[in-house]
Design a protein around this ligand. Structure first.
Ligand code: PLP
Length: 358
């Protein structure tokens, strides 16, 4: 019940231990095609360029920027937590001019502030936000931003590492141009792949670049020669992880997206009810709290370090601690994918009640 990795289903564990075959084997190429089709369903997109990037969520983030930003480009970035900061860091390394639109940790970045920044910097290459800020539990609204970017040259870039397969992410309807995720959160597959989808508008920007993409490994033009029709070797495909993602995506689609989102919602409501009655206070802005990442302040009579350690050693429950300025201030309780169950909530609430009652 930490902020990821989440638990995996036995079917995903079995897929991981399936015999290896070559990453250009005809059977494996079929598996790749099916993974792409299922990713499109989960991202709710028709984007041709939809693939899992080899690497964790940060590889998805880096791929999302390194392919579209050239030195001197402007990048408008919403920063209200650690992962917005990471986006800005990556852009600075790429020689971009970062226009930071900041909000306090725990609050959303006001869409109005972002659209005002877009008006003031109509030549910005990207406007980027984190949909689910895992460091704080804030749930960023997106729809209005996509519309604003669609009326301009700017690409709308969204980090959906924690949100994908846990709450609505409608890439096409919300006019998102670049969206990436990670396998270890609500998809409930081990860390190691970063699903990515890119709109035609963004593909055109890629084609019109003046300079070479500065990362060879994450160059989408090269990677697509392996994932597209040509099937040219770029880097060795992570065969077992693709098997695991294949099975993880099948599980998501068997459950149904709406059903899965509803499960995350009601399990989070149940957790909130239990924690409120134990005196916990939620950290993120009311009305914008993620179901899959619950940032909470424990009551004063509970030792924040000792209790978390005891939950792990005595009850076998993992929770996340606070990051950055929230270190020592909050816990981050994950209810992601396979881990989002009533049993987990009941077990955690019972363990806490036992600890609190001495
Ligand atoms: N973006 C968000 C919102 C995340 O929560 C994380 C990881 O927790 C990342 C990016 C980076 O992913 P990874 O740690 O898998 O590289």
């Amino acid at each position: 019940m930490g902020p990821g990795p989440s638990n995996i289903n036995a079917r995903v564990a079995r897929a991981l231990s399936a015999p290896l075959i070559g990453h250009l084997d005809p059977y494996f190429l079929e598996v790749m095609d099916e993974v792409v089709q299922m990713l499109r369903l989960v991202f709710q997109t028709k984007n041709r360029l939809t693939i899992p990037i080899s690497g964790t969520g940060s590889a998805g983030m880096e791929a999302a920027f390194v392919n579209f930003i050239e030195p001197g480009d402007k990048a408008i970035i919403g920063i209200n937590g650690l992962f917005g900061q990471r986006m800005a860091d990556i852009c600075q390394r790429l020689g971009a001019k970062v226009i930071a639109v900041e909000a306090d940790w725990g609050r959303i970045v006001e869409p109005g502030s972002l659209t005002r920044a877009l008006k003031a910097h109509a030549d910005a290459r990207v406007l980027a936000v984190v949909h689910a800020e895992t460091s704080t539990g804030a749930w960023q609204p997106l729809a209005e931003l996509g519309e604003a970017c669609a009326r301009s040259e700017t690409l709308f870039l969204v980090d959906a590492v924690t949100s994908l397969a846990g709450c609505l992410v409608k890439v096409d309807e919300w006019r998102i141009d670049i969206c990436y995720s990670g396998t270890q959160k609500c998809l409930s597959v081990p860390p190691g792949l970063a699903p990515l989808t890119v709109s035609d508008k963004a593909v055109q920007v890629l084609a019109g670049r003046k300079s070479k993409v500065s990362s060879w490994y994450l160059d989408l033009g090269l990677i697509m020669k392996y994932w597209g029709k040509e099937r040219v070797y770029h880097h060795t495909g992570p065969v077992s992880m693709i098997y695991a993602l294949y099975e993880g995506l099948r599980l998501v689609l068997e459950e149904g997206l709406e059903e899965r989102f509803a499960r995350h919602r009601w399990v989070a409501e149940l957790l909130e009810e239990r924690l409120n009655s134990l005196g916990f206070v939620y950290y993120a802005q009311p009305g914008y709290r993620l179901p899959m990442l619950n940032a909470v302040k424990p009551p004063k009579n509970l030792d924040i370090h000792h209790t978390r350690k005891r939950l792990l050693s005595q009850y076998n429950v993992e929770l996340g601690g606070g990051l950055g300025p929230l270190k020592d201030k909050i816990w981050r309780i994950g209810l992601m994918g396979e881990s989002a169950t009533k049993e987990n909530v009941d077990y955690l609430a019972a363990a806490l009640a036992e600890i609190m009652n001495g």
